[in-house]
Design a protein around this ligand. Structure first.
Ligand code: IMP
Ligand code: MG
Length: 181
């Protein structure tokens, strides 16, 4: 505790952006997509985005997948499946939701898993994107905010499992590279 956190995007700015994003998603996908949100980081974003989507006429089915990524800069991060989706996805257009697209390993892993389960398409919605950090060639179809290469917390994103509850997105001093989820 005691970390200095600067507000990057306020709760008000996030709500306004999500409404616009929900409109884009509603136009880009059918009215009944399957939503798969990655735990734990995307739970706040996913909950608010779903309700914004409802206002735009989208009536999704919703499920969750828990992934964990471990490792250091030298060994490279490795993604592991902790809890899989149970919603049948064969033939479905899936909207895959995560908190942040950085190296792309997490989302590439999740997307491949959903395609293996028979999803007919998988589109990616992320709250945040850090450009120039990609290790896997993957792009998001829907992006809330592009952020600078700083460590961000709040609105679901954590540092050592703290700060997820913050209603805004903030930046803090880059912590030691540790296990992240
Ligand atoms: P990727 O596989 O490198 O794209 O990693 C994405 C995952 O790393 C996200 O789902 C986050 O949990 C975590 N992550 C990456 N950057 C940050 C950050 O700045 N703050 C908090 N978590 C982060
Ligand atoms: Mg995460």
């Amino acid at each position: 505790m005691g970390d200095q956190i600067q507000v990057l995007h306020s709760a008000h700015a996030i709500a306004a952006r999500l409404d616009t994003l929900a409109g884009e998603i509603a136009r880009g996908m059918g009215p009944e997509p399957a939503i798969v949100a990655l735990l734990r980081g995307s739970f706040v974003f996913a909950a608010d985005l779903m309700r914004a989507l409802h206002a735009h006429g989208v009536r999704p089915q919703v499920d969750f997948m828990t992934l964990s990524s471990y490792g250091s800069g030298t060994t490279g991060r490795e993604v592991r499946l902790i809890h899989d989706v149970t919603l049948p996805l064969a033939g479905k257009d899936v909207l895959l939701i995560d908190d942040i697209l950085e190296s792309g390993k997490t989302l590439a892993f999740a997307r491949d898993r959903l395609l293996e389960k028979g999803a007919s398409s998988v589109r990616l919605a992320v709250l945040l994107e850090k450009p120039g950090k990609r290790k896997v060639a993957i792009g998001a179809d829907f992006v809330g905010f592009t952020v600078p290469d700083l460590f961000v917390v709040g609105y679901g994103l954590d540092y050592a499992n703290r700060y997820r509850e913050l209603p805004f997105i903030g930046t803090m001093e880059p912590p030691e590279q540790a296990a992240q989820e």
